[in-house]
Design a protein around this ligand. Structure first.
Ligand code: AMP
Length: 501
């Protein structure tokens, strides 16, 4: 049995002299050098006793060595488990206790803090610092630069990615070799990736977006990457002239729009801008097009499913939609047990080779969300345009039920966002003694604008049934967002829960 994922993404790098990763400061890592880095790490991990199926937990800064660690795990048939670098020791303790990894590679700067956590859960502790050095690099240095990838079937696990878990316990999504490879293959075609491409990579690699969507697609197509340790608008601007594709969360685009140097000339070398992980405001889409001449391509996916839908490369990239199902991916919108008609809001369900294998050691949770016939209940509410384009209405758990009526926050947010002087908004439900929940709006003004909450609410009122109209609103400078640009509605609900007494 071969290891198709390794063979497709990493094996072709052997002997390739061309740069794979271009780093800041002019340094680059050739395909061949990266391949040897992978092989050495794989051999070092194997010497420590890491074998097929064991978890390799990783919480390290973004470097070429950190990406190689993902590849080394795949080579061994091990299960790569990347963790958000922001997680505290207490959070890491939960993940290691749940996943029981064989090794835990942590940031060298936090080794003392995390040693006890690793020991408690029986994981060998290794370190990797922001320059790629540390105890793993030391072990790898003396190891062989060749590797025989472990045999792996399509259903063997390649990665365990924990969901961000804004409510309840974070769940480990089990992703197989087939899940990752099939999605990368589909995306390379859909977005026309070739070996000529240079992907500007500024996303974190502990999340599906930066790790799988961006890196796998570039690797599979033989493209190279400009490998930035994180997002910084100035640094991204500086590298745009050498790049052909940027993948980002919506915040990347709003921050770049604040850069006066963002012009058509600055992006003359670019062929594609992709956005996902959170909704792209229609206003951002329009501003971006006016400034650059490019229409951002928005797509939709999640940790459990990889990518599901995408706006087309050719054809209409429709603002406010996430486009059409990707090749081989089935998407349906379910309302009261039946498929919803165009325009009706229902639960988005997805089926295909991209859909995960279930939640790690949570058979009940898996059974609740993954149907026996393969359909995954995403938890996202959506609707379809008559010609099939999908619109995301929001997470089902964000639905507001007020006086027995359902209010979809997105409907109210779209009206608020279009009101005079409003940049963006978040609509939530907060406790109310008469209505159970009341609709509440959190509004961010455009730069330099001073807004009065009541005036904004009065402006949108004529367009909304009474029960959908926010009962109150506040004006704030910014919405709380996580690293992937998602608005943290749970924090807003917590902040304003006592508003109505
Ligand atoms: P994650 O598992 O962290 O990638 O989060 C997945 C969730 O992000 C999805 O279930 C959606 O709620 C949201 N999401 C991803 N892409 C989009 C998009 N283009 N528009 C709106 N929401 C999105």
């Amino acid at each position: 049995m071969p290891n198709h994922l390794f063979d497709a993404l990493f094996a072709p790098l052997q002997g390739r002299d061309a740069a794979l990763l271009r780093l800041e400061g002019g340094r680059s890592v050739s395909g061949d050098a990266f391949f040897r880095m992978i092989a050495r790490q794989a051999n070092a991990l194997a010497a420590l006793g890491v074998t097929k199926g064991q978890r390799v937990a990783v919480q390290v800064p973004k470097t070429p060595e950190a990406l190689a660690l993902y590849a080394a795990s795949v080579a061994l048939g091990a299960v790569f488990l990347p963790l958000n670098t922001a997680y505290t020791a207490a959070e890491v303790d939960y993940f290691l206790g749940d996943a029981r990894p064989r090794v835990f590679v942590c940031d060298a700067a936090r080794a003392v803090e995390l040693a006890g956590v690793a020991a408690r859960h029986g994981a060998d502790l290794l370190t990797m610092d922001a320059a790629g050095g540390g105890t793993l690099a030391d072990l790898a240095e003396g190891a062989a630069g060749r590797v025989n990838p472990a045999d792996c079937g399509p259903d063997d696990l390649a990665a365990l990615l924990y969901t961000s878990g804004t409510t309840g316990r974070s769940k480990g999504a089990m992703l197989s070799h087939r899940n990752l490879l099939s999605n990368a293959e589909v995306l390379v075609k859909a977005w026309r990736f070739t070996a000529e491409d240079v992907l500007l990579h500024a996303l974190p690699i502990f999340h599906t977006h930066g790790l799988f969507v961006a890196s796998n697609v570039a690797l599979l197509s033989g493209a190279s990457m400009i490998w930035l340790p994180g997002f910084d608008a100035g640094r991204v601007m500086a590298h745009l002239p050498q790049a052909t594709v940027l993948m980002g969360v919506p915040t990347f685009y709003t921050r770049l729009l604040d850069e006066p140097a963002l012009t058509r000339e600055a992006v003359a070398h670019m062929r594609l801008f992709v956005s996902g992980s959170a909704p792209l405001l229609a206003e951002t889409q329009l501003d971006w097009e006016a400034r650059t001449g490019h229409r951002i391509l928005e797509r939709y996916g999640m940790t459990e499913t990889n990518m599901n839908t995408s706006n087309p490369y050719d054809g209409e990239r429709r603002a406010g939609t996430v486009g059409l199902p990707l090749d081989g991916v089935e998407v349906r919108i379910v309302l009261d047990g039946c498929e919803a008609a165009a325009g009706e809001v229902g639960m988005i369900e997805v089926r295909g080779p991209n859909v995960f294998q279930g939640y790690w050691q949570m058979p009940e949770k898996t059974a609740e969300e993954l149907r026996a016939d393969g359909w995954f209940i995403t938890g996202d509410l959506g609707q379809r345009d008559p010609d099939g384009y999908v619109r995301i209405v929001g997470r089902a758990k964000d639905l507001v039920i007020t006086g027995g009526y359902n209010v979809y926050p997105k409907e109210v947010e779209l009206l608020l966002d279009a009101a005079a002087g409003v940049l963006e908004s978040a609509v939530i439900g907060i406790p109310h003694k008469d209505f159970g929940e009341a609709v509440f709006a959190v509004i961010v003004p455009q730069k330099g604008m001073v807004l009065e909450a009541d005036k904004v609410l009065a402006e949108i009122a004529p367009a909304l049934a009474r029960f959908k109209q926010p009962k109150a609103a506040v004006i704030v400078d910014a919405l709380p967002r996580n690293t992937m640009g998602k608005v943290q509605k749970n924090l807003l609900r917590e902040t304003y829960k006592g508003w109505f007494g």
